[in-house]
Design a protein. Structure first.
Length: 234
């Protein structure tokens, strides 16, 4: 975790937010280890770097709070400005009260979904296709499929976690996650920023798509259900 001075501390975080994030990532790793093991594969979880404002993002360049949480494939690392969770609550109105803890878990699980995609070879394959794309809109469309699949994979984790730990979901948790998915949909953000929506510039998917794919993962609970790249999937 980065201090304002830029000195990096390593190891388990001791503050409440850091401990919560470490706990969620531990549960995510446990469930994905089980899923991978069931299909005869080994799973190694991602590293996570918590920071405020900015930090060195390794092979993915500078990590800045304005970028939001992101996953760096070559380093297999999630970069997370802890202030983003507060932003979801205050700026995006994505959650309120105790439900914000589940919303934070959904966001971490989405970034862990990118790690799953990396382990399965999906990210490198899409990266090659994006480099070959004939237009920015075509490359963006591929990115939308990547992001929606990560939403779906986060839903798979919630499904497995709820089965493992009955009572894991509290009243209002799912509503909060879906509200957050709506709040950070490309169409919602574009409408707030400019008053108009430009689907060709989407990189994460519309609010309706993000909710749909998260719920698909949650209801079906399998990686196979998350094929956003299939014909007619979107």
């Amino acid at each position: 975790q980065d201090r304002p001075s830029g000195q990096r501390k390593t190891g388990a975080p001791t503050d409440e937010m850091g401990s919560m994030i470490a706990g969620v990532l531990g549960e995510i790793d446990d469930r994905w280890s089980e899923i991978f093991k069931a299909s005869g594969q080994n799973y190694t979880g991602p590293k996570i770097v918590l920071f405020r404002n900015a930090t060195n993002g390794g092979r993915c360049g500078m990590a800045q709070s304005a970028m939001g949480p992101f996953y760096c494939p070559p380093d297999r690392t999630i970069y997370l400005d802890t202030a983003f969770f507060r932003e979801v609550e205050t700026r995006f109105r994505g959650c309120s009260g105790s439900a914000c803890k589940f919303t934070a878990a959904y966001i971490i699980a989405h970034e862990a979904g990118h790690h799953i995609q990396n382990l399965l070879g999906i990210l490198p394959r899409v990266n090659r296709l994006q480099q070959q794309a004939g237009s920015k809109a075509e490359a963006n469309a591929l990115q939308v499929k990547v992001e929606l699949q990560a939403d779906c994979l986060s839903g798979v984790w919630v499904n497995r976690e709820e089965k493992k730990r009955p009572g894991f979901l509290e009243a209002g948790d799912m509503d909060a996650a879906l509200r957050t998915a709506t709040a950070i949909g490309d169409d919602t953000l574009q409408r707030q920023a400019t008053g108009r929506v430009v689907p060709d510039s989407f990189t994460h998917g519309s609010a309706a798509q993000r909710k749909q794919w998260f719920m698909t993962g949650y209801q079906q609970g399998t990686v196979q259900a998350c094929n956003t790249f299939g014909a007619g999937a979107l």
